[in-house]
Ligand binder design. Structure first.
Ligand SMILES: NC(=O)c1ccc[n+]([C@@H]2O[C@H](COP(=O)([O-])OP(=O)(O)OC[C@H]3O[C@@H](n4cnc5c(N)ncnc54)[C@H](O)[C@@H]3O)[C@@H](O)[C@H]2O)c1
Length: 302
């Protein structure tokens, strides 16, 4: 399976490549970026790890090398700056993303696009309109919100995060909707107290602001690299376990034509099925308010 990572010399892209090397799947990985020396640096390094992992090859490439890829992971972006919302990158990253997807359309790319660039939900809504591609093959990476909710809950409970399961729907951003009715510990539903909920929410919802305020110049490269690779693996090895992704909704949750995060079944064609989880009236309102904001941001793009 050929995976082209565009923006692959950056923090997220190189981490996805590294994490794919840690799987047993024979990926042919192509790293594409507009920083040629950085491509070579990563490829020289990753190639030496090939004998330790499962991937067949790791090479640097050009946009033309992405056209016959089974999966394109797109993480090209402007550099991180000090801010409190991913929305500040909307126009600049739309300019980059738009140029890249236009090339993919022109080059006849027929695979699955995994968009990681932020703000992922409005960009994805816009990309699906711009390309005319079926929503099934255009997926946004949003696992981190669910993971952070999970970490926050595990810290509150003082248990290992692997024992906790839960879901977040909505925006990869301030408009995320953590769904407390989905929280389980060792597979059994648990109710958190109001205080526990508030602490877990603070961890999940304010993670981005706290991390960017460090002014480290780096995003969540490790967790997103593992998560991005897991998403590729969910497509490469289809199963019946839902994965959180941003997809353009087609009636699910009462929403149409706007991309938001939801548990979904993935497979060889990309999205196989949205797994709609039951929401209470407050969660539904929050999701709909968030969806309106995402639609407005997407509509503001040319
Ligand atoms: N969806 C998520 O959960 C999630 C998580 C973390 C980061 N992100 C986002 O992913 C994006 C990338 O993050 P990063 O840490 O890798 O940033 P980075 O700055 O390290 O990497 C971005 C890369 O894109 C390259 N690039 C820019 N324009 C290009 C173009 N036209 N063609 C090819 N390459 C180009 C740059 O040279 C750079 O190597 C950001 O938008 C970030 O916010 C998303």
């Amino acid at each position: 399976m050929k995976v082209a990572i565009i923006g692959g010399a950056g923090g997220i892209g190189s981490s996805v490549a590294f994490s794919l090397l840690r799987t047993d799947t024979l990926y042919e990985i192509v790293i594409i970026d507009n920083r040629p020396n950085m491509i070579v640096s990563h490829v020289m390094d990753l190639q030496d790890a090939l004998s330790l992992g499962g991937a067949r090859s790791v090479v640097g490439g050009e946009m033309s090398d992405a056209m016959d890829a089974d999966i394109v992971v797109l993480s090209a972006a402007v550099p991180l700056t000090l801010n409190t919302s991913r929305d500040v990158y909307l126009q600049a990253n739309a300019d980059i993303t738009g140029g890249i997807v236009d090339e993919l359309v022109e080059g006849g790319f027929a695979g699955i696009l995994i968009l990681m660039t932020n703000p992922v939900d409005p960009l994805l809504t816009w990309v699906v309109k711009r390309t005319g591609w079926a929503r099934e093959r255009v997926l946004g990476y949003t696992l981190n919100d669910t993971q952070r909710f999970r970490t926050g809950i595990s810290q509150v409970l003082g248990v290992a995060p692997q024992r906790v399961s839960c879901w977040v729907v909505g925006e990869h951003g301030a408009g995320q909707v953590p769904v407390f009715s989905t929280v389980t510990l060792d597979g059994a539903h648990i109710e958190l107290t109001a205080e526990q909920r508030a602490t877990a929410l603070d961890y999940a919802e304010n993670w981005y602001v706290r991390h960017v305020a460090l002014d480290s110049g780096r995003t969540s490269t490790w967790s997103s690299g593992i998560g991005g690779a897991l998403m590729v693996e969910a497509i490469a090895h289809p199963g019946d376990k839902p994965f959180p992704v941003s997809v353009v909704l087609a009636g699910e949750y009462g929403l149409h034509g706007v991309s938001a995060s939801t548990p979904s079944i993935l497979g060889a064609t990309g999205l196989v099925k949205v797994v709609e989880i039951p929401l209470d009236s407050q969660e539904t309102k929050r999701l709909h308010d968030t969806a309106s904001k995402i639609s407005e941001l997407a509509a503001a793009l040319a």
